[in-house]
Design a protein around this ligand. Sequence first.
Ligand SMILES: Nc1ncnc2c1ncn2[C@@H]1O[C@H](COP(=O)(O)OP(=O)(O)O)[C@@H](O)[C@H]1O
Ligand SMILES: CC(=O)OP(=O)(O)O
Ligand SMILES: [Mg+2]
Length: 392
Amino acid sequence: MDMAGRILVLNTGSSSVKYELVDMRTRERPARGLVERIGEEQGRLVHHVGDAPPYERRRRFADHGEALSAVMATFRDAGPELDPVAVGHRVVHGGDRFDRAVLVDDGVIAAIEELAPLAPLHNPVNLVGIRVARAAFAGVPQVAVFDTAFHLTLPPEAYTYAVPREWGVRRFGFHGTSCAYVSGRAAAFLGRDPAELNLIVLHLGNGASATALSGGRSLDTSMGLTPLEGLVMGTRSGDVDPALAGYLSRVRGLDAEHTELALSREGGLHALAGSGDMREVRARDDAEARLALAVYTRRIRKYVGAYYALLGRVDAVVFTGGVGENDAATRAESLAGLERLGLVVERRLNESGSRQERAVSPPGAEAAVLVIPTDEEWEIARQALALVAEGR
Ligand SMILES: Nc1ncnc2c1ncn2[C@@H]1O[C@H](COP(=O)(O)OP(=O)(O)O)[C@@H](O)[C@H]1O
Ligand SMILES: CC(=O)OP(=O)(O)O
Ligand SMILES: [Mg+2]
């Protein structure tokens, strides 16, 4: 077996399937694509092979199983040959069971299933991905890489909620794969040993989170028991008064399940500006959009201030994710007024439009402000390969 061959990475989201075939030697992606709007009338599959024009199909995909079958069929029709040496699965919730990636066996599947109540929109569909890949690639190792794993270093005072102990709840944190990747890249960019760095990582994508890292380990993070807590996101509210659920139940007769789902899918930028897509919100210039952006960036600023207080010294703030990497205005507005903490965004650097890893703080600044494009698929593939090589 060619251990440095290709790894298929599957990221099954609540209504989408994203996949990338990663060439471990060149780091290229011979194929990548996604199926979106699964379950809706008008679904869409887009499959990219190298730089060729994308292969596209618009139809209904009833569920994730059907979407994944369509992906396999697309590889057969449009190539390339699908012969992965391993399949890496993004699994959102690993609870406190998994502090690292693991080879999937029946026990791991059962554990992911048991954790489903904590991530009802994610873990069950992650399992569909695992089951389909197990059937399609018999004998090929399947690896589960958990979003939560990186954050199991949180100290008790960070992960403990001030609620009755018998509830058995705690903060977990998510986006760990992205944090692990960008924090390593940030240290390399700065030419420093990760062990001596204090960082604040702002992963701003559809989901968004802030993480304080000390010595390469997660010290605090804004997402909690579930990925709903913390920053304002595309369709998630982030922090709200926990009394909200009771209030809505009393005055509107909404049950808690309904409220949770609405906070998750109808909150955030979507609630405030009618779209969860930052590009669409930025394209507008009206009072509603301005308020939405002010709420979004103010929340980030509050977390940066809080994490500064926890860390005592910050060597770099790292922006990543679709918004963090591309939206210069979000970077500038989020750190506005924090110059006295040594956090300065230099306008020309910030607005350069570069897609490279880069500093947007002035040279010699007390703390660096970095833009590091995340690559969760590479990180998943890398961890999968390491595990498979170890197990040989
Ligand atoms: N050029 C851009 N300017 C502003 N926002 C952008 C830009 N490109 C992408 N985004 C935003 O990034 C978000 C998606 O982030 P991404 O990390 O790709 O999502 P996911 O969390 O699903 O992986 C969307 O809100 C999108 O509008
Ligand atoms: C866990 C989570 O928030 O993931 P995403 O950013 O992909 O929605
Ligand atoms: Mg992403």
